[in-house]
Write a protein that binds this ligand. Structure first.
Ligand SMILES: [Zn+2]
Length: 359
């Protein structure tokens, strides 16, 4: 054995632990110890041929270990997917031989998916995802809960359309009968389920005879509120937490309504948002660009309609007018006329008085 070979071997021995450290994480620990034991062997035997053999062996075992390791991580990933993320996979492939899928209860499209699965004859199981999402937030994987408003914008991309099929619109949003029709009237059948558009808390669930009839108002995490009016039946009460797709009531014809329909409003504080700027109801889909819906534009549009309303929302009392006449003009009750205009119970009208039909 000449000196040159020895030097080469020594260098190799010195370098190999360092090289081993740069090996992939999964096997770095094991391969380092292997390399160390091997190099001491080599220096003892000082046989390059054997070393080459050893190296080959080591390479092979390393490969095997690596493939084993990667296999095991793959399978563990798979199994963890199965246990925690089964839904994600099953969501996409309902045509499983088991014919049963799980849907996370906080999935914004849960209800829609359930409906579609049912049509396909697939059994649907709702699973509570609150625990998991809390956990993942703890782990720092906090994904913005899409319902949050991002700065100056609303994200309507995860809004669930509150009806379950394509539907024509009756009365649109806007000024009607000298008052602001604050939402849209959607033509649906009596008894149809009406669903929550976003996660939130029910803040009103009551009956209003002269107006909304049975109606539900939900406060959402993103600052928006949605209102569902003229319901035949309310299925939630104040304080209830709702998820998108949860049924808030059944469509009806209660309150000031002629024929079954859903009166649907989107509110942001005092600002009303025309639902048709977000949803294409006849095609039952969201409009493009709604993930970045300008708050400023929504407020401006509301102000514009308010100033128009100011002009239209005035009744100048003529000789002989009664509160009933004013009420008929505005299509509201006499009580409403008195309340809105702060008139006493028996306070008479004076000619020239300017009365409003809404606040
Ligand atoms: Zn309406």
């Amino acid at each position: 054995m000449n000196k040159a070979v020895l030097i080469v071997l020594l260098i190799a021995a010195l370098l190999s632990p360092a090289l081993a450290k740069t090996a992939p994480k999964e096997s770095s620990h094991k391969s380092t110890t292997q390399v160390e034991s091997k190099t001491s062997k080599d220096t003892q035997k000082e046989k390059s041929k054997e070393k080459q053999k050893d190296k080959q062996k080591e390479k092979q075992t390393d490969k095997q270990k690596k493939s084993k390791a990667s296999k095991s991580t793959k399978s563990s990933k798979k199994s963890s997917k199965k246990s925690s993320g089964k839904i994600a996979k099953d969501d996409e492939s309902p045509s499983d031989s088991t014919k049963k899928v799980s849907i996370k209860s906080d999935d914004p499209k849960a209800f829609t998916k359930a409906l579609l699965y049912e049509k396909q004859g697939v059994e649907v199981e709702f699973v509570d995802a609150t625990k998991k999402s809390r956990k993942s937030r703890k782990n720092g994987e906090k994904k913005p809960t899409k319902t949050e408003t991002v700065g100056e914008y609303f994200d309507f991309s995860t809004m669930l359309i509150p009806i379950t099929h394509e539907a024509r619109l009756g009365s649109p949003y806007g000024i009607r009968d000298h008052r602001l029709h604050r939402g849209v009237d959607i033509q649906v059948e009596k008894g149809e389920p009406m669903v929550a558009a976003y996660p939130g808390e029910v803040i009103v669930s009551k009956y209003n005879q002269g107006g909304y009839g049975h109606y539900v108002l939900v406060q959402h995490e993103n600052g928006l509120q949605t209102l569902y009016g003229h319901l035949a039946e309310r299925t939630v009460k104040v304080g209830d937490q709702v998820y998108p797709g949860d049924i808030v009531g059944l469509a009806g014809n209660t309150g000031k309504s002629s024929g079954a329909h859903l009166h649907f409003e989107i509110r942001y504080g005092d600002v009303n948002i025309d639902p048709t700027t977000v949803v294409d109801f006849p095609h039952w889909q969201l409009k493009p660009g709604v993930e970045k819906y300008s708050k400023k534009k929504a407020i401006q549009a509301h102000r514009k309609i308010q100033s128009k309303l100011k002009i239209e929302n005035v009744y100048i009392v003529k000789k002989g007018d009664t509160v009933a006449d004013v009420a008929a003009f505005f299509y509201i009750s006499e009580d409403a006329v008195r309340r809105i205009n702060k008139l006493g119970k028996d306070q008479p009208l004076k000619v020239g008085m300017k009365l409003k039909g809404c606040m």
